[in-house]
Design a binder for this molecule. Sequence first.
Ligand SMILES: [Zn+2]
Length: 192
Amino acid sequence: METFQRPTNAQWQAIIHNDSSADSHFFYAVQTTKIVCKPSCSSRTPLRKNVFIFENLSEAEKAGFHACKRCQPGGHVVSNAEWVTLSQCYLQINYQKQLTLEDIANEMHVGKTYFEHVFRVETGSSVMQYLNRIRLSHGKQLLRESTMKIKPIALRSGFKSANYFSRAFKKYFEMTPSEYRKSKMKIRDEIV
Ligand SMILES: [Zn+2]
């Protein structure tokens, strides 16, 4: 992986204190969310170890980072579609973490009510429903392709417990995880 510049102490201070006088000097990008901001952005301060510094925005964009919806470092509005896609990528990578709507909205640099609204308009589903679907599809794959027990599958897929996983699974697929696994094994046996 390409290595990017890390913040100096002065740059890091400017980021922590949302110092607008630093805006004309650099942009900061966050590795975990792929968002690039102006130093003055009022979003939650990221972990320093995840921060890269860019002298201009196009370099950051070339490196795969996207303009923040809140501080709009490019000076133009970031489209809802682009931003929702970014949040979906974030969820596809971070589904194993215990995330609340507020955590995700913070990572996406907006308030949770606004985030939920925009996400629903763009995708037709709520943020947590979307996250649940990602978790279920990972859980389903593990049931099919591994011999792991239900509980570790649940935890690895991002569910708080086996019980929570089973309930969500049944609601969505209309069978329990064990029933699903059995049905898959049966099909395999019949093929053999
Ligand atoms: Zn920002």
